[in-house]
Design a protein around this ligand. Structure first.
Ligand code: XMP
Length: 535
């Protein structure tokens, strides 16, 4: 959907100015989001801003402190990212992490050079002076380093507060101005006491109040939605995942029956899931769900399709058609609600605030909902109350709103569902085979109480057959893969070391109980080099 068809308001930026917050200037480190999450774990709101955000724009947010993230560059690279020099005149504490510390030294008159010894991984940091930043920490800290450059000359007013064997200037401070720099990454779990360092900065140095709680978020989100929506109507496409389900709960609380929930059954959900979902919403929570039966249409579109991307495209296009037809039938609606999360906004927008206007630039519509390309006459304004939340925060909101556990702890499930887990052509029969096998996998992982320990676990039906022998008879049948991974965020993953007994039970049950399957294999590949899904 183009930005002319949807309207995002930058109003939230103003709202956030009402509570204590930390602004994080993002210089491109893979850990930037993690810094934001750590600050929020301390119940203080934090927001990631592009590194070039002007000091005027930063101060519009009224943060009580600034953190400069790490980044892949060297301060001496041509075009290396720099922050607005006026940031140093804002009169608020600033913590530079890794590249952020080097930039601090560089911009304030120190010297940064390519390090004689590069330092990657764990390093023992000796605290030279505890001061406010290392207050309460041990004299040596196991820290996580990842740098090729080092500060070799301190800027005026600074002193060294920590060193390692390889890096004599590993932490610096100018306590008077409230400027601190750490060469290591306090935001990663490998830095022992890292959260204490962030706590010292956020709560003691910046003196932030701990007002960012999910209860307060819920309260504010409800009143924001009420103010924005008024007496108008909102449409929400439920997917069954935690984001859209939690959103349904929140919106129902906010605007009651002005909310219309639609569930399009493409036929690619797991066994019993569509029915369970609708029943839970309707019976337990009295939230009406328009159940759209569309299984046959989707299957028809996938006839003869074997290429994974083509499957996704066909499913996406059909989703739009059904969505269009149904929203016309049930409409008109003024608003479309989406469970867009903060990482979606940051990732898809990159530099998500226009440095000139200070407004959030148009962000790509969440592709999962596939509402791109709607016709002109279906114009919606977007309601995206979670666009400032991380996934773990949505789960807390879900708990606060009483969303049932079955939805809250649900593993991520791809939009195209089982269609990309039936490798090759998708047919009714093959979907049924996978559904039954997948059901067993889920039953067993839950029975072994390991469901929450894995990020995802599911079955994949291969497009090949293999020979077997069952009761003296030669068989030539399907193979099912068990895919189970552990992960923090789905970006990287490791195969789960499930107990052999569990794998054995799953394998026996699938072969015995699912007609047409004579072999079960376990995927022992991490991501990278593989992906979590097979298609
Ligand atoms: P991969 O397979 O890329 O998956 O390692 C990473 C995460 O994304 C999910 N996934 C999808 N989700 N539509 C979705 O909504 C898709 O087409 C899709 N493909 C993968 C996957 O389940 C995992 O959690």
């Amino acid at each position: 959907m183009s930005s002319t068809q949807t309207a995002r308001t930058p109003e939230k930026l103003k709202d956030n100015a009402l509570q204590d917050s930390i602004a994080i200037l993002d210089f491109g480190s893979q850990y930037s989001q993690l810094i934001a999450r750590r600050v929020r774990e301390l119940n203080t709101y934090s927001e990631l801003l592009p590194f070039h955000t002007s000091a005027t724009e930063v101060s519009r947010l009224k943060p009580k402190g600034v953190i400069l993230s790490g980044g892949p560059n060297s301060v001496y690279d041509v075009g290396a990212p720099e922050c607005d020099l006026a940031i140093w005149k804002l009169g608020i504490p600033i913590l530079g992490v890794c590249y952020g510390m080097q930039l601090m030294a560089h911009q304030l008159g120190g010297m940064v050079e390519s390090a004689a010894i590069r330092e990657y991984g764990r390093a023992q940091l000796t605290v030279v002076h505890h001061g406010q930043l290392f207050n309460g920490l041990e004299p040596t800290i196991e820290s996580w380093m990842s740098h090729g450059d080092s500060v070799t000359e301190l800027p005026p007013g600074f002193s060294i507060i920590g060193r390692t064997m390889a890096t004599p200037v590993a932490a610096i401070a100018d306590e008077e101005r409230g400027f601190y720099g750490v060469q290591f990454h306090p935001e990663v779990v490998h830095t022992v006491g890292g959260l204490d360092i962030i706590r010292n900065f956020v709560l003691n140095i910046c003196k932030c109040s701990q007002s960012w709680t999910m209860d307060k978020f819920i309260e504010e989100a409800i009143s924001n939605v009420q103010a924005r929506v008024g007496t108008r109507r909102v449409l929400l496409a439920l997917s069954g995942g935690v984001d859209s389900s939690t959103l349904a709960f929140l919106l129902h609380k906010a605007v009651g029956d002005q909310l219309t929930c639609m569930f399009i059954d493409q036929g690619f959900m797991r066994k019993n899931e569509p029915e369970w979902l609708v029943e839970t919403f309707e019976r337990d929570f009295r939230i009406h769900v328009h159940f759209v039966k569309a299984r046959d249409r989707f299957l028809e579109k996938l006839k003869g399709v074997t290429d994974p991307e083509e499957k996704r495209k066909k499913i996406g296009a059909e989703f739009i058609r059904v969505f269009e037809e149904e929203s016309r039938r049930l409409g008109p609606f003024d608003f479309l609600a989406q469970g867009t999360l903060y990482p979606d906004v940051i990732e898809s927008a990159g530099t998500n605030i226009d440095p000139k206007t200070g407004e959030r630039v148009a962000v790509k519509i969440k592709s999962h909902h596939n509402v791109g390309g709607l016709p002109e006459d279906l114009q919606f304004k977007l309601v995206e109350p979670f666009d400032k939340l991380f996934k773990d925060e949505v789960r807390k909101v879900a708990a606060g709103l009483g969303v049932p556990e079955g939805i809250r702890v649900r593993h991520p499930f791809p939009g195209p569902g089982l269609a990309i887990r039936v490798l090759g052509e998708v047919t009714k029969e093959r979907l049924k085979t996978l559904r039954e096998a997948d059901w067993i996998i889920r039953e067993e992982i839950k029975a072994h109480k390991l469901y929450r320990q894995v990020w995802q676990i599911f079955g994949v039906l291969l497009p090949t057959k293999s020979v077997g022998v069952m009761g003296d008879q030669r068989t030539y049948q399907n193979q099912v893969v068990i895919r189970a991974v552990t992960s923090e965020d789905g970006m990287t993953a490791d195969w789960a070391r499930l107990p052999y007994d569990l794998l054995d039970t799953i394998s026996r049950r699938i072969v015995n109980e699912v007609p047409g399957v004579n072999r079960v294999v376990y995927d022992i590949t991490s991501k990278p080099p593989a992906t979590i899904e097979w298609e």
